[in-house]
Design a binder for this molecule. Sequence first.
Ligand SMILES: Cc1cc2nc3c(=O)[nH]c(=O)nc-3n(C[C@H](O)[C@H](O)[C@H](O)COP(=O)(O)O)c2cc1C
Length: 329
Amino acid sequence: MHTQASYLGFRLPHPFVAGASPFGHHLDTIKQLEDAGWAAVVLHSLFEEQITARHDGRIRHMDPLDPTFAEKLAQFPSSDDYALSPDAYAEHISRIKRSVKIPIIGSLNGTSPESWLKFARIIEQAGADALELNLYEVIADLVTPAAAIEATFAGIVGEVKRIVSIPVSVKVQPYFTAFGAMAQRLDKAGADALVLFNRFYQADIDITTMKMTPRVTLSTNSELLLRLQWLAILHGRIRPGLAITGGVSGPEDGIKAILAGADVVQMVSALLRYGPTYLDTMRAGLERWMESHKLDTLDDVRGKASLRRADLTSAERAQYLHTLQSWGH
Ligand SMILES: Cc1cc2nc3c(=O)[nH]c(=O)nc-3n(C[C@H](O)[C@H](O)[C@H](O)COP(=O)(O)O)c2cc1C
């Protein structure tokens, strides 16, 4: 039985990739991931806020003399809370590359065009095998229309692709009115893979202080279905590879993601909960399932449950009706 997968041009022994997380902070923990057999590692992101804060004392181009600046700055973690400065991030990549053999994917989360480009190049020069662009942004102003945001996202991908030669994946959020068209646009902009989907870390409200409080929770597989749906819609219809991130908590979830059309399965919460050796459970579960269904290669699995051949809109409508009618049965 063969579980080989390919992603961003890498031939991988299996589809399980360690997603961007604090495991990327230290060479030791990355070595643990390699020793446990993870196929590739995405490093934690280098954030533009950290970059601009370190370089010129500004956060997202805000003027430090602006009286609102101090208040806004207080909403960000202090730069010491970020794992690494840009130079240290580059040095970190170089050290990792000297020590491990599995593909290392750098991750960048910017907001201004100039920093995306500058830091994408630094990450490439440091020796990363690929770059994941994390387009995480909550547009909180009330004037920017969706079309402008989508054009900006596609523009960033196009520009980064123009200046780096390593493969570029794009980690996106699901909240677009027409994500299919956005995926197509990212494809045209040159994205080599799409990573579906960013989780939003929505702040909770503390009723004692009556303030919003940031809260990071690990995921459960209740977050899986949204991702499966979009993998199933996109599989075989766009050029970029597809990775799932979000809600893969055990072998069955991974199998479902591949059936929907994922080339690779990124995991973070399960890794943080159970540690690097949880990969054994994921691989054994996939292999046992393939064996019991007499499927020899992952090519026989990938996209088997996708909507590729269906009339997509009516398939989606039919599933919607089925879902509603299945209540109570
Ligand atoms: C503690 C923690 C740190 C994370 N740091 C990053 C990061 O630096 N960059 C990024 O793109 N995603 C980051 N993520 C998001 C994960 O890469 C992943 O997309 C998300 O947790 C969903 O996958 P999961 O359900 O397997 O956890 C982080 C997640 C957690 C829990």
